[in-house]
Write a protein that binds this ligand. Structure first.
Ligand code: HEC
Ligand code: HEC
Ligand code: HEC
Ligand code: HEC
Length: 128
């Protein structure tokens, strides 16, 4: 390979990897909920087309889901989208009254029940 071709090759490879890194951190790529804390899952990943879902559901604020609490109160102008739910909510109950499964069900199904829109049945969120 000539020197110039080599340089072009190196630059392109760099650009591609930068793109992959950036898009890997973007929420448009989120198509399922697959919390890494569940070690042995009983069910396949839950389909969740992040951006499309939130547009259809007309949810404006990220912290409707990615919330932050302080002294038991939700902080209105802060959000936690840089964290997984399980960074704060442990797999098993422990000291917390809500296990990781419960918080997902409370948030997802809870809103669907309240809004009378979106899936409520197990099999609608957990396709076999
Ligand atoms: C209806 C709830 C909900 C709303 C509203 C929401 N998100 Fe998310 N978001 C999630 C869930 C659930 C995940 C996946 C969590 C997991 O698998 O750990 C996620 C994941 C993410 C991720 C992580 C992507 C990755 O690759 O790890 C980012 C970044 C993110 N959301 C940003 C945002 C931003 C920015 C907003 C507001 C514009 C927003 N979210 C609104 C529920 C929501
Ligand atoms: C930065 C830490 C943090 C992150 C990240 C976080 N939570 Fe929470 N969450 C809390 C705290 C603190 C509370 C208050 C009650 C408690 O101590 O469990 C709470 C309460 C809840 C509750 C019960 C009250 C309510 O709002 O209905 C649900 C449900 C919940 N979280 C779901 C989620 C989901 C789903 C995610 C991921 C999309 C998430 N949380 C991410 C800290 C967090
Ligand atoms: C704050 C309210 C709210 C929360 C939280 C929420 N949803 Fe929804 N969801 C909706 C609404 C409203 C619809 C119906 C949208 C429509 O089609 O008009 C919906 C629809 C859906 C659908 C049907 C297909 C689609 O994408 O429109 C799926 C699947 C779904 N939600 C999964 C989830 C999961 C999984 C979570 C938790 C990670 C979640 N939702 C959290 C409000 C919410
Ligand atoms: C509105 C959507 C929704 C509905 C309805 C729902 N779930 Fe879930 N469930 C979730 C999400 C989101 C998670 C987190 C998945 C993950 O991170 O892998 C979850 C996690 C789980 C888990 C732990 C992860 C695993 O695979 O072992 C179990 C078990 C589970 N759900 C069972 C049920 C059962 C049983 C029902 C019906 C009574 C039900 N779910 C209804 C959304 C839903």
């Amino acid at each position: 390979m000539g020197k110039i071709r080599m340089m072009v090759y190196v630059v392109i490879t760099l650009l591609v990897s930068i793109f992959v890194v950036i898009s890997g951190l973007s929420q448009d790529d989120v198509k399922t909920v697959e919390d890494s804390a569940f070690e042995e899952k009983m069910r396949p990943p839950v389909p969740f087309l992040h951006d499309e879902h939130n547009e259809k559901a007309e949810i404006e604020e990220c912290n409707v889901c990615h919330h932050v609490y302080e002294d038991g109160e939700k902080v209105e102008d802060d959000s936690s989208e840089d964290q997984e739910c399980s960074d704060c909510h442990t797999l098993n109950k422990g000291d917390n009254p809500l296990s990781l499964v419960k918080i997902y069900h409370l948030q997802c199904r809870g809103c669907h029940q309240e809004k009378k829109a979106g899936p409520i049945m197990c099999s609608e969120c957990h396709p076999r």
